[in-house]
Ligand binder design. Structure first.
Ligand SMILES: NC(=O)c1ccc[n+]([C@@H]2O[C@H](COP(=O)([O-])OP(=O)(O)OC[C@H]3O[C@@H](n4cnc5c(N)ncnc54)[C@H](O)[C@@H]3O)[C@@H](O)[C@H]2O)c1
Length: 249
């Protein structure tokens, strides 16, 4: 019961990674407030400052914030329409800024913020201009908050998952001609050779939110099945110089 007596806010907590995180924190004793547009108790629109402020009025203290809300969008610098660019930045980045700004004054020493970024916080996937930009910027926000609030005893980390089997990933795959083949390609991106599970990211989020991570702040904390390790990606490992002399082993 690492979180008994603690109050946690989990944004995007009605689905996928956020849902698994909210359930795990609650199972370890936290009082969890789920802020999401959908779900049994649709509560907060993170693109709306008033909605955030209203939800926070009855909350005296916030020990843990996990910002897992996000939208996935596609397009290049030329093909991304204004509306898509703005919506992506609004939910993935500006919402995180707004929630942190509102929550930090209510966060005591020992508090922990985890912003759910992505491997796309530190690298890019093609045709994902707005999403990549939003997730890179989220790492900047993470580092900024980590520095500014270290003296207050508050930590802030950016949790960077690889491809995780959630409604978001299934929706992305559904936009391709062969969704199952796309999911299989996503699995191969990871040296562990499978998709991650929401529960695995939830456990990383719970770790970062806990006192077990008391000396960890400002990090891009990878939970990516090793995806960012291979130079040139998985395809290069299969077909490039990594194959040299393989028959000798
Ligand atoms: N699934 C993956 O492969 C993957 C990989 C890396 C990073 N991520 C990131 O992890 C986070 C969670 O992703 P997921 O896969 O669980 O997605 P998901 O779509 O299952 O859940 C996202 C949740 O955010 C909520 N949300 C969206 N806009 C909102 C708004 N304006 N106000 C309130 N809530 C809003 C949605 O209603 C939804 O419940 C996202 O930030 C995503 O970018 C996901």
């Amino acid at each position: 019961m690492r979180f008994s007596g603690k109050t946690a806010i989990v944004t995007g907590g009605a689905s996928g990674i956020g849902k698994a995180t909210a359930e795990l924190l609650a199972s370890e004793g936290a009082q969890v407030l789920v802020w999401d547009l959908q779900g049994e108790l649709p509560s907060v629109d993170l693109t709306d400052e008033n909605s955030i402020r209203k939800a926070l009025i009855p909350v005296e203290r916030v020990d843990i914030l996990v910002y897992s809300a996000g939208v996935q969008t596609y397009g290049t610098a030329v093909s991304t329409p204004d509306e898509v660019w703005q919506r992506t930045l609004e939910v993935n980045l500006n919402g995180a800024f707004r929630v942190c700004r509102a929550v930090l004054p209510k966060m005591p020493p020992g508090g922990a913020i985890t912003l759910v970024g992505s491997v796309q916080s530190v690298a890019a996937v093609a045709n994902s201009c707005a999403y990549v930009t939003s997730k890179h910027a989220l790492l900047g926000l993470t580092r900024s908050i980590a520095l500014d609030y270290a003296a207050a005893g508050i930590r802030c980390n950016c949790l960077c998952p690889g491809a995780i089997d959630t409604p978001m990933l299934r929706w992305s795959a559904s936009l391709t001609p062969d969704p199952e083949a796309t999911l299989a390609a996503c699995a191969r991106v990871h040296p562990l050779n499978r998709l991650g599970k929401a529960d695995e990211i939830a456990r990383a989020a719970a770790f970062l939110s806990s006192d077990d991570a008391s000396f960890i702040t400002g990090t891009a904390f990878m939970a990516d099945g090793g995806a960012m390790v291979p130079v040139g990606g998985a395809a290069f490992q299969d077909s490039g110089t990594a194959q040299a002399g393989k028959g000798n082993q």
